[in-house]
Write a protein that binds this ligand. Sequence first.
Ligand code: SF4
Length: 214
Amino acid sequence: MSEGVYGEQATGRVTHGLLRLSTAMRSQAWEWAEGAGLTPTQGEILVLLMQRKGPMRLGEIARETALTAATTSDAVSTLEGKGLVEKRRALDDGRALAVRLTARGRTAAKKALQWPDFLSKAVGTLREEEQASLYRSLLKTIRQLETQQQIPAHRMCLSCSHLEVSKNPKKVPHHCALLQIDMADTDLRLDCSVYEEGDLTQQKKVWKIFAQIA
Ligand code: SF4
């Protein structure tokens, strides 16, 4: 790909860099998945089910992975055929089906968690402050994409009703009023099991403050 194809400004350079990372991620995900006899999508579903620690409806899985209903259904059926997930009646609605991991599925999900290690190692070579700055930038970019409805909403601290955001986290940490813990920027969660969505006014206030943090 020729240099500057995404533009010569910072936006184009950053976009180009992110696309190169996504190429590396796709290639590593396929390499891992082929070794495990799965596809990256199936691996992603296994990890999602492990993170959620409980059964999920097909619709929820589709929403969280940004897959179509048909692709989700196919992937789950394949995983079921391999004995990695099972479908049961949902506890809160006997007409609906919920998907959960089997014991073998949990083992496969733990292995699937390891394929991004190559990326963790590269990030680990950055200085602590560089990692914090990168994470803040990623959170802001994710938020922007959520607002534009281009990725699913995350159960993240920055839109949670329990977050007390700090204007200067280097001096005064953020605070989770539910878990009673102080948090640096890099402690802010992207997917929290006890998340509760804040109202729009609170979310706007938090994002306004967080957007100012460099
Ligand atoms: S409940 Fe979870 S998402 Fe909400 S502020 Fe606390 S740690 Fe963050």
